[in-house]
Design a protein around this ligand. Structure first.
Ligand code: GLN
Length: 501
């Protein structure tokens, strides 16, 4: 019974809890048991919060007993990426520099989820400060892909994707700066959506690259992701970049898409997102998905976005530049770690020792890169130039959306790669973001939905691959509609085919 509960979708769990078929406490207990059973192998969680989760579940059961109305996800457990602050619960952003830091406040999305009765099981592993594509930059060791434990669950939100794919939680929150929701979703066979920039509050997210960072939902089904999106979305006066507009109707779109009728929709296949460096299995799954879109009545055309090829170079100037500024706040005084404070050393020395000990290699690499790109004399040549490229990429999108309703591509060029395979080759690691970066730079919504199984280049069979669907700003609902249609053609969630852990 307990094991069965962990296989259910969030939507089904919520229905069962609301009808009294099962209590929220039982559901929470089932997932905590599951975490105990498999997380030694998966390492999706940095910490679990058994007491907090149980109390949240009890509150939902009490509400129900009192006949009070329950939200659509009340009592449903969730894994929360450790970049999102949680009052009273350690938040590290995957870094030693924040080890042991207990935030005094909740992020807006944390608060919204608590108010909705969502049960936060614990904090999910991630690449340090969300820099990476494999979770191997976590200061606390990597997470493992439940489909093949010797492979990465993607990154930087790899703890979140692994938790959902391993049935440790039906839902998770990730953040996506350059692909960190979509790529982990793709390689673990689940759904992940990056909302329109400004569609979900960033208040209480530990900042990596403020003009790009965006939190979003993971689920095993498109509907589950949409339900979570509606809980976390919407305007927040605490975030000056938050958009004061209604949340797009993503749940309705997910339900509509599941009917499999895409008549009247024009889908643009981005010519530049394919070819050299893409695994044949990934490209074949994408082509197969395009054919299915056509079968469902969509018109599928090829579009060219000539500046997408520069997205990687532009991103790896803009993101490190913003990071170098954002990470200046870790000064050995305000948060977490402090090294060498012996009463003799001065502040600057303590700061240097702390940052040396507290940051990992990739974070240091980015701080150095970003500081260099922003320095006077180089600013125009690097940061300024990258911002111009960003504008050209936005214009490519605008031109493509004159004729297309959505654009599609693989979410990432390969299936899940092996742990260790790319750790010493930053450029190979960065290549995982090739398909996701354009929508990030343009601030557009994009989803990754499972598209089938494929072989890796080493011949390993049966690894999940996804399809990326990108839409104009605030048209997140289109992503969900098309994703739900693709999900319907697969005959249900792909994750059902994952090997049992
Ligand atoms: N892999 C990209 C990076 O390392 C994207 C990370 C992210 O989206 N947080 O920066």
């Amino acid at each position: 019974m307990s094991e069965e509960l962990t296989r259910l979708s969030a939507a089904d769990l919520a229905t069962k809890i609301a009808s009294g078929d099962v209590s929220a406490v039982e559901v929470t207990r089932a997932h905590l048991d599951r975490i105990r059973a498999v997380d030694g192998d998966v390492h999706a969680f940095l910490v679990t919060d058994e007491d907090g989760a149980t109390a949240a579940a009890e509150a939902v059961d009490d509400k129900r007993a009192n006949g009070e109305p329950l939200g659509p996800l009340a009592g449903v457990p969730l894994a929360l990426k450790d970049v999102v602050v949680t009052r009273g619960l350690q938040t590290t952003s995957g870094s030693k520099i924040l080890e042991g830091w207990i935030p005094p406040y909740d992020a807006t999305i944390t608060r919204k989820m608590r108010e909705a009765g969502i049960v936060i099981l614990g904090k999910a592993n991630m690449d340090e400060f969300a820099m990476g594509s494999s979770t191997e930059n976590s200061a606390f060791g990597p997470s493992h892909n439940p489909w093949a434990l010797d492979r990465t669950p993607g990154g930087s939100s790899g703890g979140s994707s692994a938790a959902v794919a391993a049935f440790e939680a039906p839902l998770a929150i990730g953040t996506d700066t350059g692909g960190s929701i979509r790529q982990p979703a793709a390689v673990t066979g689940i759904v992940g959506h990056k909302p329109t920039y400004g569609g979900v509050s960033r208040y209480g997210l530990i900042a990596f690259s403020s003009s790009l960072d965006q939190a979003g939902p993971f689920g095993r089904t498109v509907l589950d992701a949409a339900l979570l999106h509606e809980v976390i979305g919407g305007h927040d006066p605490m975030d000056s970049t938050s958009l004061d507009v209604p949340v797009p109707p993503v749940v309705a779109a997910a339900r509509e898409g599941a009917r499999g009728d895409l008549a009247g929709l024009t889908v643009g296949v981005v010519k530049e997102l394919g070819g050299e460096g893409y695994e044949p299995g990934v490209e074949a799954a994408a082509r197969n998905a395009y054919a299915k879109l056509e079968e469902m009545g969509a018109k599928v055309v090829e579009v060219s976005c000539p500046h997408f090829g520069y997205a990687l170079a532009a991103y790896y100037l803009i993101a490190p530049s913003e990071a170098s500024s954002n990470l200046a706040r870790f000064d050995a005084v305000r948060y977490g770690l402090r090294v060498g404070d012996d009463g003799v050393r001065d502040l600057e020395e303590v700061m240097a020792l702390t940052r040396e000990a507290g940051f990992g290699a990739e974070v240091k690499r980015r701080i150095i890169l970003g500081t260099y790109a922003l320095s006077s004399g180089y600013y125009d040549a690097y940061y300024g130039q990258a911002q111009k490229v960003r504008t050209l990429i936005s214009r490519d999108f605008a031109a493509a959306f004159e004729t297309c309703d959505v654009l599609v591509s693989p979410p990432t060029p390969t299936t899940a790669f092996k742990l260790g395979e790319r750790v010493d080759d930053p450029m190979a690691m960065y290549a995982a973001d090739l398909c996701t970066l354009p929508a990030s730079l343009a601030g557009l919504p994009a989803i990754s939905v499972p598209a089938g199984l494929a072989s890796a280049s080493d011949g390993t069979e049966g690894l999940p691959v996804g399809l990326q669907i990108m839409a104009p700003a605030l048209a997140d609902d289109r992503c969900y509609r098309v994703a739900a249609a693709i999900e319907a053609t697969l005959g249900g969630p792909l994750i059902a085919q994952a090997p049992v852990l």
